[in-house]
Every structure is written in C-alpha cells, then in structure tokens.
Design a protein. Sequence first.
Length: 124
Amino acid sequence: MDIFLPFQRISGLMLMNHKRNRWYDSYPDLSELLEALKELDRGKMNIMLRNVKKIITDTDGDLINNTVMKYPLGIDRRWYDKDPLSWMTINALKFADDSLRKRVVAFIAGEMRNSKRREKMIAG
C-alpha cells in the first residue's frame, strides 16, 4: 500500500478547488483564454499582453494606474505573477467592467485564431 496515495488525492482535490476559486473562473471565456495564453511562448505572450494592456488603457487608464500600485513584491504563485506586465494586465481585468472584459476576450480569441491560421499556412 502506498502511504502517499491519500495525500496525493487530497492535494489533487485542493488543487482542483483552488483552480475553481480563481477570480477569472467566474468568466469561463476569459478563463479559457488565459489558460491558452499561459501556454504561448514568452514573446507571443508579451505581444498579446501589451495589446490587451493598450485596450484596457484606452478604455479606462485609471484601471492600470490603480492596479500597478498593488503589485505584490516577492510573490510568484501564479504564472502571471512572475512579471509585472502580465500581473498588471491580468489583475486590471479583475476590476474591469463586463464590457471591457468582453472586448479583451474577443481580441485574444481573434488573435489566437489568426495565429493558428498563420501556422497552418506556413506548415503547408
């Protein structure tokens, strides 16, 4: 009998529950796209995040300014905590209104579709 099995089950449940409690999980489309964004290479991710930040700034410049002051130094639990651009952009969306979140979702989804089309054209 493996004595670590119960702990692994408990850990797995805790991890699953944690993922369901993220602020963006209340917005399934955004949640799915953020998970996809996480998988992009760093260069593509940064381009996408800069464009999302521009959408946010153009819509509500105070949202970024208010968010940046809350940057947690020394905390890097989540993939987007690791750099200020991703943290600031994604956390600004936490406080955005639904209209802005929908615009960002539409932008990211469109960019992901365009990226896949380009990759297919290049491949053949």
